[in-house]
Design a protein around this ligand. Sequence first.
Ligand SMILES: [Zn+2]
Length: 227
Amino acid sequence: MISKPTASLVEATNETIPCEKADAAAEPPSGETPVEIRPTRFGKGAFAKKPFKAGVRILQFHGRLYSKQEYLSKLDPVKCHFMQIGEDTFLGPSTSADNFVNHCCEPNAGLVIEKGKAYLIAVRDIYPEEELTFDYSTSMAEDHWEMDCACGASSCRGHIRDFKYLEPALQEKYIEMGIAPDFVIRSAGLKNPRDLFYAAAANQSLPPKRKRRAKTVVPLIHVAPAY
Ligand SMILES: [Zn+2]
């Protein structure tokens, strides 16, 4: 993201109150949420209250929208909770469960941006009581915030940075899974996978010689709303 927590994992998740009051207009819609906030070894986290199948939308991230300039003027590396959802768009803190989705280097969920709105989707089947996590680097293209990580995953990178600094194989993996938003893909100097899709579709009408040179289509994960 920036990611919602803006300090180290330990520091960030120990924060019970974001640095700013949540915008009332940004509160999640009424109704029972399938996620709840619970204590973790690092502070607080968001936990599944029901099973989620891979590809299902779990929740929407909420918060007031800020430009990058506004975000930088408010950036507090210790206390603030912001999340980048576009090249020049950041979500401010909220008081709902989405504000407590922690980072993991082997996440069970991922970030998807659709029509300017940010959603958390399951990237594998998730069972009740599991903590929900995603890789913060998939929402980081801003060059101003990093954090140490102690998620415990065997592939833990130890330090979380912008998407462009990930190993190419991991970038490709997240792109193929459909959980690397366009703005982080572009920040890494990579092509938008949708561009590749349209290019491949257009090439279907080209002569065979050119058709063989068409780029491989990057499959996008199907996102099915859970509610
Ligand atoms: Zn880690």
